[in-house]
Design a protein around this ligand. Sequence first.
Ligand SMILES: Cc1cc2nc3c(=O)[nH]c(=O)nc-3n(C[C@H](O)[C@H](O)[C@H](O)COP(=O)(O)OP(=O)(O)OC[C@H]3O[C@@H](n4cnc5c(N)ncnc54)[C@H](O)[C@@H]3O)c2cc1C
Length: 402
Amino acid sequence: MKAREKVIIVGGGPVGLLCALNLASHDVPVLVLESHPELFMDLRAGSFHPPTLEVMEPLGLTAKLLDIGIPVHKWQLRDRNKGIIATFELSLLGDETPFPFRLHLEQHRFTPIVLEELRKLPNAEVRFSSHVENIAQTDSGVRVTARTPDGEEAFESTWVIGADGGGSVVRNCADIEFEGFTFPERFALISTTHDLGHDGFTDTAYISHPVEWCAVFRLPDQGPPGLWRFLYGCDPDESEQDALSTPRIERRLQSVQPKSTPYDIVHRTIYRVHQRVATTFRNGRLLIAGDAAHLNNPIGGFGLNCGLQDAMNLTDKLIRVIHADASDDFLGLYVRQRRTANIEYVQEASIRNKRLLEETDESVRLSRLDDMRRSSLDPSLAKAVLMRSSMIDSMRRANSIV
Ligand SMILES: Cc1cc2nc3c(=O)[nH]c(=O)nc-3n(C[C@H](O)[C@H](O)[C@H](O)COP(=O)(O)OP(=O)(O)OC[C@H]3O[C@@H](n4cnc5c(N)ncnc54)[C@H](O)[C@@H]3O)c2cc1C
């Protein structure tokens, strides 16, 4: 194949690496250009939902994740003062998916697994310290300019996938709008060694409170017992430094689960949260996926999953286009399927989840919690909640679009 037929992927995060692995595994040469000098090791997403495990299974990734992740078979909805409101058992999804659970594994432990697989393939190249600055497309190809340790370098290809996160240069070069809004408050993500399982928390639990709502998760870290993560919104008027100060974090964690000794804080990070969807995921030979195409708040764990599902959907179609089994128009189906799933399910559900936790009108909040309690006690209603929250409904909706 000529160099021009290579697919260039901008961004070596989880979505870019998965795109590369699927393409290279199907005889499509790929070049990944990543700004950082090595894989980015930040505290970020950590939940894999059933449809994501399903789509990655043919690449052999799911089995590797199952070896080191924590399967989460139930989750709780709690009120900070009243305690457990509802428990949802994912075994109710046993007839719907081979993976009726969530898998907890840190995003930064997923990317090395994908990179290791990519490095086994002769037609895949990953270049770190390569920051893409500009992309120009003609009728027959694309020219990508990047700043590399050797100075400015240009690369040519037939297709470019932008998996370069929320500030996507590919999206900007493709002149695609990123519609939506940014929340005024930032979100804090705090890890501790304290085992909330001993206090009766399931490995995923959501705690409603009009001001100090919170979500907690157990992540594997380097092995059992793992680390517990607290995720919560900070006061919009508070500086980042104050929000992440030890006394402030300590007070916040104690308010969720009081204990006589201070919490041992292992990691702390704070970040801005957005609800945005690109107006299209394609302009000619430029395609976008993952955070480059959509952003949402993390309550429900949809962001990374949606991106990984995009990656498989897009590259399955691009493989057919490149091998001449389908025309370029087939890529329009990627846009329709994945953009619709994001708008109708991910945006809607992540905003609804946040409202459920933080509602300030006490009667509305308690009535919504009561609805969830009643749903959890009726197997068919509970299953409906789980079909949505596990992203099975959104995947089926996407795949129903032809
Ligand atoms: C602090 C934080 C916490 C989060 N927590 C959660 C969570 O708890 N649950 C959840 O579901 N989601 C969470 N998310 C979101 C989740 O991490 C993202 O949805 C996921 O990382 C998206 O993957 P991606 O590959 O699309 O983008 P990214 O992970 O952002 O990867 C993009 C990659 O592109 C590279 N890049 C960018 N620009 C260029 C360029 N011009 N040239 C070359 N390379 C470039 C970047 O260096 C990066 O490696 C969190 C995000 C953040 C920031």
